[in-house]
Design a protein around this ligand. Structure first.
Ligand code: DOR
Ligand code: ZN
Length: 426
């Protein structure tokens, strides 16, 4: 299969009018103009659309298995394709949990049979040491450590075994960093504070320097947490992401919206949001993730017992592009935080840039298409959002995975099963 994509290409030399030749899933040429007989030409030059390296989301919950009523790999990766994401990395807090090799293999089988875009799989902290075994690294891109449940509890020893194993195997460790010692009771149930985040970041980075694994702090939510992270970043290889809602929403929105906006870590103050945006812009914070965390509407009904999280794959890019249009971010910030850096963090140096030899994952963006966030139109099974009703300007108009268009003009155009584990990238 050979195809050509033309448009305003986001390259290391800036945004240039150009053409990309993709052959059998790989970018084989990038030039001002390519005239060749190919199977398909997607020409966005007249429309002025921007071609970004394929977006990568390091933190999503595809659910599936026994939680398929919330989301499954088909709808979850469909939501990813609609939102411009070419790769999503799936968290292991499923039912059953992905913390046994047999379950990881089953996860791979189910994901492979349904996924529309490419995916990575995380492995969770197991219940028995016997489940930390050779073979995990063949299918999983890293480990997820949910510190409040797995580090500040009697599972700590086992968690440290995982960290040791990750160090040997040179695997990424993604930490949900909150120390329950600093939790407080709120109307929304028990919730983390900025101190909870800062304290856990200190602990996980301290361990990283003694064991040697590669730590990544996910969903930074507070200035205190970000400051602690940035302190360690000066002396060690450590990365972090934050989410669009930590940049734009605050605890005031949480109070207004109630259970829908309930999320862990909880939304903090607008001063926290401002600090996170500043640090995202100056590159201190490496990446943006959606933490796409779908639940059924019934599970979001009651404030105190509501499950935390909400879908994010179909709102993340429109929200970020709207920030570009408002001058709060540059398009280069989005390419860096949603494509280049998450690819690097996951150890995938064959994606994340538009260059010859890279895999042909591309996200085409219309920076000026306007819409109102309408959860009823989500492909995700979770049809609600704390951003409901927001006017947005900018969205993905095509999502291309290994040369294959998966979404074109707001329609999924590929069969489930096209997606592959990023471990096959080689
Ligand atoms: O808001 C959240 N939702 N935070 C978490 O840590 C878990 C996640 C989920 O799985 O729903
Ligand atoms: Zn999550």
């Amino acid at each position: 299969m050979r195809s050509i994509v033309k448009g305003k290409l986001f390259t290391s030399k800036g945004i240039l009018d150009g053409s990309i030749l993709i052959e059998d899933g790989r970018i084989t040429r990038v030039a001002r103009d390519i005239q060749e007989q190919v199977d398909r030409v997607l020409d966005y030059r007249k429309k002025g659309h921007i071609v970004l390296p394929g977006l990568v989301d390091m933190h999503v919950h595809m659910r599936d298995f026994e939680l398929s009523y919330k989301e499954d790999f088909y709808t979850g990766t469909g939501a990813a394709a609609m939102g411009g994401f070419t790769v999503v990395a799936d968290m292991p807090n499923t039912k059953p949990k992905v913390n046994k090799l047999a379950v990881l293999r089953e996860r791979e089988r189910v994901a492979k049979s349904k996924a529309l875009v490419d995916y990575g799989l995380y492995y969770g902290v197991p219940d028995r040491e016997d489940d930390i075994v050779d073979g995990i690294e063949a299918l999983a891109i890293g480990f997820k450590v949910f510190m409040q449940h797995e580090f500040y509890t009697d599972k700590r020893e086992l968690t440290e075994k995982v960290l040791e194993f990750a160090s040997w195997k040179k695997m990424l460790v993604v930490a949900h960093a909150e120390n329950p010692k600093f939790f407080v009771k709120t109307q929304m149930g028990t919730a983390g504070t900025p101190e909870a985040e800062a304290s856990a970041i200190k602990d996980i980075t301290g361990l990283a320097s003694s064991y040697g694994f590669q730590p990544h702090v996910t969903h930074l939510s507070s200035a205190a947490g970000a400051r602690e992270f940035l302190k360690w970043k000066k002396q060690a290889r450590i990365t972090a992401d934050t989410c669009p809602y930590y940049l734009l929403l605050s605890d005031d929105d949480a109070r207004l919206q109630g259970a829908i906006a309930k999320v862990h870590p909880p939304l903090k103050s607008s001063a926290d949001a401002e600090f996170l945006l500043k640090k995202l812009k100056d590159g201190g914070i490496d990446a943006i993730s959606s933490d796409h965390a779908p639940h059924s509407l019934e599970e979001k009904a009651n404030l105190e017992s509501a499950l935390p999280g909400f879908p994010g794959l179909e709102t993340t890019l429109p929200i970020l592009l709207t920030m570009v249009n408002k001058g709060l971010l540059g398009i280069e910030d989005i390419a860096r935080a949603c494509a280049t850096n998450p690819s690097k963090n996951l150890g995938l140096n064959m994606i994340g840039a538009i260059e010859e030899g890279k895999i042909g994952n591309l996200t085409i963006v219309d920076l000026h298409r306007r819409a109102k966030i309408d959860p009823k139109t989500f492909v995700s099974k979770a049809k609600y959002s704390p951003f409901e009703g927001r006017e947005v300007e900018g969205m993905a108009v095509a999502t291309i995975v290994r040369g294959q268009p998966v979404m074109l003009d707001g329609e999924v155009v590929t069969q489930g099963g096209w997606g592959e584990n990023v471990k096959t990238y080689g």
